[in-house]
Design a protein around this ligand. Structure first.
Ligand code: FES
Ligand SMILES: [Fe+2]
Length: 386
């Protein structure tokens, strides 16, 4: 990884040179990086309610989760709310500039004190109008005499652990979580992305009739692209991927059309933005796709039952947008991505779920699908160790 870090320091290119080199080599050699063996997984991992309850507890409630980009809170006085596996989370940057996370739950009786995102001096609960400063402290309380028996200092919003991971916001859903440690294995590999400068352009949300792992799995290979995406992506995405793992986390990438123009050209003539995409996959269920012009974050969460999930897609520009045209271009890119996943990948995920639910015995992950193997092994080993 030393070579990779040297490359980052010596260039202003969008993608690390070493990754582009590996992708160009795969394209030239008409190959891809493989796993050593085929893997078989019982289909019950997508249908078993007992396992699902354990996943909710071990992977989600006890865990740390990447929820967004620090650039979403660009100034003191900003806040953003997130639903994280169904739990309401509030992230703020108070006047002191410090990032904080809280349960987005009023200390009176639990209602959500903030909605969406924006700038505010106080956040006011819609139920009885208790208000809170962005550092979480209680700022106002109608009929405050009625609560005189409680020390006001104990009525601030309940904090959650938070870390800035190379410009990503990582939040722990309980007091003992350590979000900085949870992402330490991959943090150095994320620094080239410039996440701290990202600006959110738009969101899409889907509620699917599929287990959360099946919805995650659609983001992990290019094997399906020439078939499922015959009309949309097959001319763009090339099946010559690379794969890496960093502890629990993973990274993969693929070349796109245009790589043929640089694959045989001396490196000093390569363009600043190579025709490739890099995909970071973060434990337990976040996928961030780095395209040449944007970053797309998929947060995939279990739904109410083992056979349901929610997918949140957030599209960000690499730097704050400077014109309406630029914003419109980013939004058009996000809308196209949403159309493809919404009309092609997610219906396929729902089909796979129906297959699992009707009793097909096993799912298979080929040697050409190493990222799926990594993730199913990782989730299983964390569950086994709990
Ligand atoms: S629940 Fe928030 S003020 Fe009552
Ligand atoms: Fe796909």
């Amino acid at each position: 990884m030393t070579a990779l870090n040297d490359d980052i320091r010596s260039t202003t290119e969008r993608f690390p040179r070493e990754l582009v080199r590996r992708l160009a080599r795969n394209y030239r050699d008409k190959t891809l990086e493989h796993a050593e063996h085929t893997m078989t997984e019982p289909a019950t991992v997508f249908t078993d309610p007992t396992r699902f309850e354990k996943e909710l507890e071990v992977l989600f409630r006890r865990g740390s989760h990447v929820v967004g980009w620090t650039g979403e809170l660009p100034r003191p006085g900003t806040f953003v709310t997130k639903s994280v596996a169904g739990h309401p989370v509030l992230v703020t940057r108070a006047d002191d500039g410090v990032l904080r996370a809280f349960k987005n739950a009023c200390t009176h009786r639990g209602a959500q004190v903030a909605d969406g995102c924006g700038e505010a001096r106080r956040l006011t609960c819609p139920y009885h109008a208790w208000s809170f400063a962005l550092d979480g402290s209680l700022a106002g309380q109608p009929d405050s005499y009625a609560f005189d028996e409680i020390d006001r200092m104990t009525l601030g919003l309940e904090p959650l652990p938070i870390a800035d991971v190379a410009g990503l916001i990582a939040v722990g859903l309980n007091d003992s979580a350590d979000p900085a440690a949870a992402f330490a294995d991959i943090e150095p590999e994320l620094r080239w992305c410039g996440y701290e400068n990202h600006e959110v352009v738009c969101h899409h949300t889907w509620n699917l009739r599929a287990n959360w792992k099946i919805a995650f799995d659609v983001n992990l290979e290019t094997y399906h692209v020439d078939y499922l995406h015959r009309e949309t992506l097959s001319d763009l995405v090339l099946h010559h991927p690379i794969f890496d793992s960093f502890g629990r986390h993973g990274r993969w990438g693929f070349p796109t059309t245009g790589i043929e123009k640089i694959a045989d050209v001396p490196e000093d003539q390569w363009p600043g933005v190579a025709p490739v995409s890099i995909v970071h996959t973060l434990f337990p269920s976040v996928v961030i796709l780095e395209t040449p012009v944007s970053s797309q974050m998929f947060r995939i969460y279990p739904g109410r039952t083992v056979g349901e999930c929610t997918v949140e897609l957030t599209e960000a520009s690499l730097k704050p947008t400077e014109s309406d045209e630029e914003r419109a271009a980013r939004k058009a890119g996000a809308d196209f991505a949403a159309l493809v996943v919404g009309k092609e990948d997610f219906p396929a995920a729902e089909q796979c779920q129906r297959g699992a639910e009707m009793g097909v015995k096993s799912f298979r992950f080929g040697t050409n699908e190493p990222m799926l193997q990594h993730w199913h092994r990782t989730w299983q080993s964390v569950l086994d160790a709990a």
